[in-house]
Design a protein around this ligand. Structure first.
Ligand code: S3P
Length: 169
């Protein structure tokens, strides 16, 4: 089976959907942000603070290239993974790229209780979400499969992904 690569904005549900897919398909999940934190021995927040976003993006690319060499796994990416074409190329080599979408208000609801997303630690996170979404839309739309997550459970979303994956076999 080809890898399933989950992309989408922060709070689009990649982590929970990856877990659900893993249960249904008996596949392993690799979370790119976790891999970055393990290899840097720092949290994402610390990496942003100490080295800045540009260095974070380099680390992200290194880790994406590495994890994309696996077969038969679910890869959960960070929300900015789609911004570099070389990331997309690496992820697509053995995988189908799935993008989860949600409205800005839903994203705010899903992200507001945690402080582990440096890009959203601003005075008006809703405005920031809207701006980033607007800028990133064309990048997210490069995915092979787009899935709207509004008003759906992680199980429903995972089942929809499995159904859509059939186009790729
Ligand atoms: C980011 C999303 C985060 C993390 C980092 C940057 C982004 O991952 O990679 O904070 O640029 O959208 P999640 O999408 O898992 O929150």
């Amino acid at each position: 089976m080809r890898n399933i690569v989950l992309t989408g904005f922060m709070g689009s549900g990649k982590t929970v959907v990856a877990r659900q897919l893993a249960r249904l398909l008996g596949m392993k999940v690799i979370d790119v942000d976790n891999e970055i934190e393990k290899s840097a021995k720092m949290t994402i927040n610390e990496i942003f603070k100490q080295f800045g976003e540009t260095r974070f993006r380099e680390m992200e690319t290194e880790n994406i290239k590495q994890v994309s060499e696996n077969n038969n796994v679910i890869i959960s990416t960070g929300g900015g993974a789609v911004l570099k074409q070389e990331n997309m190329d690496a992820m697509r080599e053995k995988g189908v790229i799935v993008c989860l979408t949600a409205a800005p208000e839903t994203i705010l609801e899903r992200t507001k209780s945690t402080r582990d997303r440096p890009l959203l630690l601003v005075e008006n996170p809703l405005e920031r979400i809207k701006e980033l979404l607007e800028f990133r839309r064309p990048f997210y739309e490069k995915a092979d499969v787009m899935i709207d997550t509004e008003d759906k459970t992680p199980l429903q979303i995972a089942e929809e992904i499995i159904e859509r994956m059939k186009e790729y076999y």
